[in-house]
Design a protein around this ligand. Structure first.
Ligand SMILES: Nc1nc2c(ncn2[C@@H]2O[C@H](COP(=O)(O)OP(=O)(O)OP(=O)(O)O)[C@@H](O)[C@H]2O)c(=O)[nH]1
Ligand SMILES: [Mg+2]
Length: 511
């Protein structure tokens, strides 16, 4: 038996020496050192085995244990002695891992051979390869590639490969460079598979997708223009805002610089105009629980109307006509006093406050409630006319324009119109549309009087300043009736004074 074994060993050695490749992929050999060892003459490299111990035992002992199997040319199983099951399993696992490695390497791999146990194990491997048709085919083709690769290697020996795991990419790139052009199609296929995630390890080695680079068209200056435009617009806007602010500031400064005359100041104080504390009103003897307490009527009830100092305002206020167009105006039978002004300035409220009949003329905090010219009779000798407001209102522009035209027509053509009370919000002062109406009344020689409203919302000094400001502005006006009146429908301040002025009109007026 020892003699047989020795002869068998010799035979195997010869056979295997013939089959030994010039190079063996390090990956297959499981090597991990960073430097590739030069191939040995007998085809066995120091790093070809899974550990260095085997290498130490020498090439002979390795050959005893291992046999290089070429996948494309399955060798007939040698008549090596049978091995234990565990050994066989170990070889199979080695085979599987090797197979896996082959798969990972793809067509670019430097070798498709592997070291497995000789004898029965090798035979079993061959049988397995034979059984697994797909695997066999792959191996076959890959071995062909390996041969070509080796040939290529020999042609260009100057090129080196780093076989260590850290330099895997370098090796693969090198191999790629050496793969002949006939394998290009296959390589593309492999790359496709890699791209589909068949071999994640290899995929990692693939050059990563280039980031999209946004190319700038040197002739396209739209972006720049857009940016520039925005910047320019912003600066213009900012400048505009700044200039507006400065104008506003200067306007406020100008307003604060107004020195009201002594008559205006005393009027404001006598009538307790402006924002006042409740305690102050109480101390002055007014019942702050009542509506419009400064009107100096203790109870705001119908029976109390008898206490109104101006007899004409003791009459019942009755609505009798509404007009959307001038043709709907009622015939001018009695003198009329109209209340005009911007929307929400307090026209309807003033009518109620003057007559102390709350709710006859409808009011709302929503601008644009009064949309028709409403005619109210205050006794047999006077009519009070509530006009729709102009300026901002919750209505369509066409509708608002129609109101404005109607108001203009009324104030400029109405026979029997004795006075237009032009109401101005004390806080905001006169606006361009107010001036428009003034101009119209000036042209049509309609008498008008400025009435500052909502005086309870501003400081007494500002009420005086506003009155003074308007008086100064309209000094040259011919149709204006001085003085500027100041009222508050809420507190009742200045209402009695206004009644006195308006009652005089009623007394002397004839249609
Ligand atoms: N604080 C205060 N609020 C007032 C005064 N006069 C009226 N108001 C309020 O201002 C709002 C508008 O009042 P209106 O009388 O409806 O005003 P208008 O001018 O008739 O409004 P339009 O009919 O829309 O043109 C309402 O909420 C009133 O309560 C006032 O003297 N002081
Ligand atoms: Mg109104």
């Amino acid at each position: 038996m020892p003699a047989e074994a020795a002869s068998l060993q010799v035979k195997l050695s010869r056979k295997l020496k013939l089959q030994l490749p010039s190079r063996i992929p390090k990956k297959l050999a499981g090597g991990s050192s960073g430097v590739q060892s030069p191939p040995r003459a007998d085809g066995v490299r120091n790093g070809d085995n899974h550990n260095h111990e085997r290498t130490k035992r020498g090439s002979k002992s390795i050959l005893m244990d291992k046999k290089r199997i070429f996948a494309e040319l399955p060798r007939s199983p040698s008549s090596s002695p049978s091995r234990s099951r565990s050994s066989s399993k170990r070889k199979q696992s080695l085979l599987l891992s090797s197979n896996k490695l082959l798969g990972e390497e793809g067509s670019d791999g430097p070798s498709r051979s592997m070291w497995v146990s000789g004898g029965k194990a090798g035979a079993s491997f061959q049988a397995k390869v034979g059984k697994t048709r797909a695997t066999s085919l792959t191996l076959k083709t890959e071995v062909k590639d390996t041969e070509r690769w080796n040939a290529g290697k020999q042609k260009s020996p100057a090129k080196k490969h780093s076989m260590d795991s850290s330099g895997h990419l370098v090796q693969k790139q090198g191999v790629r460079a050496e793969v002949p052009s006939s394998t290009t199609a296959r390589r593309r296929q492999q790359e496709k598979r890699d791209a589909h995630g068949d071999h994640p390890e290899v995929k990692d080695d693939q050059p990563k997708k280039r980031k999209r680079v946004i190319r700038l068209d040197p002739h396209d200056i739209s972006n720049k223009r857009l940016d520039d435009g925005i910047v320019v617009h912003e600066t213009i806007k900012e400048k505009k805002m700044e200039s507006q602010d400065s104008v506003e500031i200067s306007k406020n400064a100008q307003f604060r610089a107004i020195q009201p005359g002594p008559s205006i100041l005393s009027f404001v104080e006598d009538n307790l105009l402006g924002r006042r504390r409740t305690i102050e009103l109480r101390r002055a003897g007014y019942n702050t629980e009542l509506s419009a307490p400064l009107d100096d009527i203790p109870f705001s009830m119908s029976s109390e109307r008898e206490r109104i100092e101006e007899t004409i305002f003791r009459n019942k206020l009755t609505f009798f006509a509404a007009a959307k167009v001038s043709s709907s105006f009622p015939p001018p039978e009695v003198p009329e006093i109209a209340f005009a002004g911007r929307s929400n300035v307090g026209k309807s409220s003033l009518l109620n406050s003057l007559t102390r009949q709350w709710g006859v003329a409808r009011t709302s905090d929503k601008p644009g409630l009064t949309q028709t010219i409403n005619f109210f009779k205050l006794g047999p000798k006077l009519s009070l006319v509530d006009l729709p407001g102009y300026g901002f209102a919750y209505a369509k522009d066409e509708v608002k324009d129609a109101w404005e035209e109607l108001v203009k027509e009324y104030v400029s053509t109405r026979i029997g119109l004795k006075r237009v009370c032009l109401l101005i919000d004390t806080k905001w002062g006169m606006k361009p549309r107010d001036h428009e109406l003034i101009d119209l009344m000036e042209r049509s020689q309609t008498k008008y009087q400025i009435v500052l409203t909502k005086t309870d919302l501003v400081f007494p000094i500002d009420v005086a300043r506003r009155a003074m400001q308007i008086e100064e502005n309209l000094k040259a006006s011919k149709s204006i009736v001085q003085p500027v009146m100041m009222v508050s429908s809420k507190s009742g301040a200045g209402i009695r004074s206004l009644r006195t002025v308006l009652a005089k009109i009623a007394r002397i007026a004839k249609v």
